[in-house]
Every structure is written in structure tokens, then in C-alpha cells.
Design a protein around this ligand. Structure first.
Ligand code: SAM
Length: 324
């Protein structure tokens, strides 16, 4: 029996059934009213989950090195005053080429310097610099480009006055570029090779380890000097990785082509590379402003514009005598 029935029976016997029933009705009404009120109350919010503590700030990842990093010190060398682009611009201004051929375009930073009919070759170029010349851009490796029919048709028979070799930074590729370009050069033409003065052995590795990276392109200069004493090969102290300026080209020469197979062991010699000390110290390099100030450029242009065949040997001798 519930407590309420027990209380009811006791009350009935004490005050009679009628009065007890009245009390029972009042109690029921009160209970219903209370139940109704409780039902109308907004449901209690479920107990909120315990607040997560704010996560401690994640440790910032160490910024990834941009590209590769030189991991050993550079051989001490004179601080360059001009960059390779400033040198290239100076040469453009001095010789005012009729035609310009560039191997390795990337974003067009060197192509923007050209104001003449130009060809650029690169399998992966993505130009993001405004170009100011009549240019044909070829998406191909330089080897494939030269293997094609009439690769320089865009020049309509005008020989190359200025060429810039800045494609794959491996000596075998750069030497083939030179060999393939020379037959198309004017005898007053200028070939510029980038990245010939590595600042340590690591920068010259064939298997790229550093940014900037010269690869072993310095070997091309070594081969030109050894096999082609007829050429004028000038090493220039430009930032960051040195430039070679080559004149006295001979479009009929096959010496390098014939020697290529014999040079392959040297060209492909695996890392570590050991560039000559005088390259890394740049003790055999001349300053770019000394080269650009030479009166030879005006004489070269005058000879080219005259169209007459002229003895260029005195000009080459003058260039060879340049020292910083
Ligand atoms: C150092 S970047 C050229 C930079 C450009 N000349 C400048 O000064 O702004 C080298 C370029 O050579 C290109 N390259 C790589 N292999 C090549 C090949 N076999 N023939 C031609 N270009 C190549 C790369 O795609 C890259 O854009």
C-alpha cells in the first residue's frame, strides 16, 4: 500500500469519507497544476560538454630552405660588381645584335634584354616578364631543337650575332649547345655562357646540391681553351656564378664536334667535381666593366656593318690582353 492510501484511510476514519475526498481532490488538482508547470518549463540544456582547452599553438615548421643550400663555404673571390644580366645587357647595348639566340629561357629575365629578332629554346619556359622583341619561343630541349630542319629559320638567313647558353647546367649539354650554335654564328658573333665559375666543388656537382647551381659547365671552358686556342675565351667575374664570353668563332670548324666522343669521360666524370682553384678564386676572371669599356665593341660593330671581310685578329689580341 502506498503512503497516500495509508494517509487516506487514516483521514477517512478521523474526519469522514466526504471531507477526506474533498482533500483528495484538492491534492490531485495541486499535483496536476504542478506537473503542468513543470512540463512548460524549457527543457534543461543538456549539460554542455566540458570545454576543450584551446589547443596549444602548433610549433611553426622550420621554413623549408628555398631550393638547395650550399653546405660548405665559398672559396674567397673578389666581390662581383655586376650580375650576369647586367653584363648581358651591356653586351646587347654594345654590339646591337641583329639576331639573338637564347638556350634556357625560364621566365624570360634574360630574354627581356633583347631588342632584336630572337629565338628562345627551353622545354619548360614560363614567361612572366614583358618581352620587347620579335621572338620565336620554342618549347623543346636544345638537342631536339638543333636536330630539327632549319632550326634558325626565324632569322631568315641572318647569322647569329649574340648567343646565350644558359640551359641545362651539365657540361655535356652546354658543350653540345656550343657545338650546335657555332655553325650559325657570324664571324663577329659573341657567345655568352653562364655559370662557369663555381665557388666551391659542391656548387659544381653534376647531381644538383645547391642553389645557385653551376653544375660542371666550367669544363666547357676548359675544353674550349684546350681544343680551340683560336677562340677568345674570357672569364668574367659576374654575380652570382660567373660568365664566359667567347669570340673569334668559326662557323666552319668541326674540331669540337670531332673531339666530343674523346671528351665524354671528362665531361661525364661523376661527382665530386674538382673545379680548378683559379676558377673558384676567380683569379683568372676579369671584371665586367673592364670588358664593357673596351673599344673593341665599336670596332666589331663597324666591321660587321661594313659587310666587308676584315682581319679580326687585332681585335681578338686586344681582348686577350684585358686584365682587371
Ligand atoms: C638558369 S635557367 C635560365 C635562366 C634564364 N636564361 C635567365 O637568365 O633568366 C635554365 C633553364 O634551362 C632550361 N633547360 C633545362 N634543360 C634544357 C635543355 N636540355 N635545353 C634547353 N633548356 C633547358 C630549364 O628549363 C630552365 O628554364
Amino acid at each position: 500500500m502506498s503512503i497516500r492510501s495509508t494517509v487516506g484511510s487514516v483521514l477517512e476514519s478521523a474526519i469522514g469519507r466526504e471531507r477526506t475526498n474533498t482533500i483528495r481532490r484538492m491534492e490531485r488538482r495541486a499535483r496536476n497544476a504542478l506537473a503542468k508547470r513543470l512540463a512548460m518549463e524549457p527543457p534543461q540544456k543538456p549539460a554542455s560538454k566540458p570545454q576543450k582547452k584551446p589547443a596549444p599553438p602548433k610549433p611553426k615548421p622550420t621554413p623549408a630552405p628555398r631550393g638547395w643550400q650550399p653546405s660548405d663555404p665559398f672559396v674567397s673571390h673578389p666581390e662581383p660588381h655586376l650580375t650576369r644580366h647586367e653584363l648581358l645587357q651591356g653586351i646587347h647595348e654594345k654590339i646591337r645584335p641583329r639576331t639573338y639566340l637564347e638556350i634556357g629561357i625560364r621566365t624570360g629575365r634574360s630574354m627581356v634584354l633583347s631588342r632584336c629578332r630572337s629565338i628562345g629554346v627551353d622545354p619548360f619556359f614560363k614567361i612572366d616578364n614583358p618581352i620587347h622583341c620579335d621572338v620565336q619561343l620554342i618549347k623543346a630541349t636544345s638537342d631536339d631543337f638543333f636536330a630539327g630542319d632549319e632550326p634558325l629559320a626565324h632569322f631568315e638567313g641572318v647569322p647569329v650575332d649574340l648567343a646565350f647558353i644558359d640551359g641545362m647546367h651539365l657540361s655535356d649539354f652546354a658543350l653540345r649547345d656550343f657545338i650546335n650554335i657555332e655553325p650559325f654564328m657570324a664571324d663577329t658573333g659573341v657567345v655568352v655562357l653562364d655559370d662557369v665559375l663555381p665557388r666551391n666543388g659542391l656548387e659544381a656537382a653534376r647531381d644538383r646540391k645547391t642553389e645557385p647551381w653551376t653544375g660542371d659547365v666550367y669544363k666547357v671552358v676548359e675544353i674550349l681553351r684546350r681544343r680551340r686556342p683560336d677562340l677568345v675565351v674570357l672569364l668574367i667575374n659576374t654575380a652570382p656564378t660567373g660568365t664566359a664570353v667567347v669570340l673569334g668563332v668559326d662557323s666552319a670548324s668541326t674540331i669540337l664536334k670531332d673531339a666530343y666522343a674523346e671528351e665524354e669521360d671528362y665531361l661525364l666524370r661523376p661527382d665530386p667535381q674538382t673545379p680548378p682553384q683559379e676558377y673558384m678564386e676567380r683569379s683568372i676572371a676579369i671584371e665586367p666593366d673592364v670588358l664593357l669599356k673596351s673599344p673593341v665593341w665599336d670596332e666589331l660593330v663597324a666591321i660587321r656593318e661594313s659587310g666587308a671581310s676584315a682581319d679580326l685578329l687585332p681585335l681578338w689580341a686586344e681582348l686577350r690582353s684585358l686584365t682587371s
